[in-house]
Design a protein around this ligand. Structure first.
Ligand SMILES: [Zn+2]
Length: 329
């Protein structure tokens, strides 16, 4: 209780840099400045509950702990070096700010996403693996051992698995829009959730609510990372048909879980998504939820899509299977 009271007086840390928008990957970058401006226009950034910091470049010393020198050179040659460095720097600083108790939780904007970046290869608008860099930094500088990564971006976190898959302290709950009938959980640390791509808020939120808390307890995480792609929204380019309502609800589930197991330490890393309308409202409602602020009516103004009974059944059975295979039910 002491930790919860103490942490609630601290701000939510928001990391941003205009280079993310100016030099980021075009599909992802166009949403950033409008989303940041919307936060400012609605007064969210003026409140003492939120602290904005300009992100700095990630250090080369840390980069070489996660990626090969060839990889780093290829990113330099890609033209997305500047945005990738500052995106990774945002993630690392977000993790450190929360770990050191300067902030209750954090949201890191990124101009290039991270979860498709492996040790020696990259694809899908990702160049440096932001989650892995955040984790390696806390492992090395602060001896943090246990982490849970919840990746709800509809694309798979293949790069994250490549880099952190052998790390016994890292649990990875990876949602992806790739439903398949035959499916086995690999291990408690590697939980893939191949969810039906036509699901909407009901099934998806239920899956998050049923899977995240028990896995978080199992992981003994000292910090939870949420790789949040709003390309999961019905109007955006990825799988799933979520509405704006889903994002603050997922934030609450993750916050409550983090409160229970790791003194509220939660870091949200922006992943996929392109639609400006979705970015503005999803990011706003997530940051306002993180900071304990009331939601804005305009941030939840779309209607959740209806789901077929078949989709609901498939989704529920998938989660049932995973929970049984993990030994949680
Ligand atoms: Zn994605």
């Amino acid at each position: 209780m002491t930790n919860r009271l103490a942490s609630s007086n601290k701000p939510t840390l928001v990391l941003y840099h205009t280079l993310m928008a100016a030099k980021g990957y075009p599909v992802l970058a166009g949403r950033l400045q409008p989303a940041f401006d919307y936060l400012r226009e609605t007064g969210t950034l003026d409140l003492s509950h939120v602290k904005v910091e300009q992100a700095l470049d990630v250090s080369r010393d840390l980069l070489v702990q996660v990626h090969t020198k060839d990889h780093i050179q290829r990113v330099k040659n890609s033209g997305y070096d500047a945005a990738s460095l500052v995106s990774a720097g945002a993630a690392v600083r977000a993790g450190e700010g929360v770990w050191l108790g300067e902030a209750r939780n954090a949201f890191a904007f990124t101009g290039c996403a991270g979860h498709h970046a492996s040790q020696d290869s990259f694809w899908g608008f990702c160049y440096y693996n932001n989650s892995a860099l955040l984790i390696r930094n806390l492992q090395q500088k602060h001896d943090v051992k246990q982490f849970l990564i919840v990746d709800t971006d509809p694309h798979p976190g293949d790069g994250t698995r490549d880099i952190l898959g052998d790390d016994n302290g890292v649990f990875h709950l990876n949602f992806e829009a790739s439903f398949r009938e035959r499916y086995e959980v690999q291990s408690k640390r590697h939980v893939d959730v191949p969810f039906p791509s036509n699901c909407s808020d009901g099934s998806f939120i239920e899956a998050v609510r049923r899977l995240v808390p028990p896995l978080a307890r199992e992981s003994k995480a000292e910090m939870i990372l949420w790789n949040m792609g709003h390309d999961a929204h019905a109007l955006d380019y990825g799988g799933f048909n979520l509405s704006l309502h889903a994002f603050p609800i997922m934030t609450q589930i993750l916050m409550q879980t983090a409160d229970e197991i790791c003194s509220g330490r939660l870091v949200v890393l922006l992943s996929g998504g392109s639609e400006i309308f979705v970015a503005q409202h999803a990011i706003s409602s997530i940051i306002r939820s993180l900071a304990g602020l009331p939601l804005l009516a305009e941030d939840e103004k779309d209607e959740p899509k209806t789901e077929s009974e078949e989709t609901k059944t498939i989704a529920r059975k998938l989660v049932d299977t995973i929970l049984v295979e993990l030994g949680f039910e």
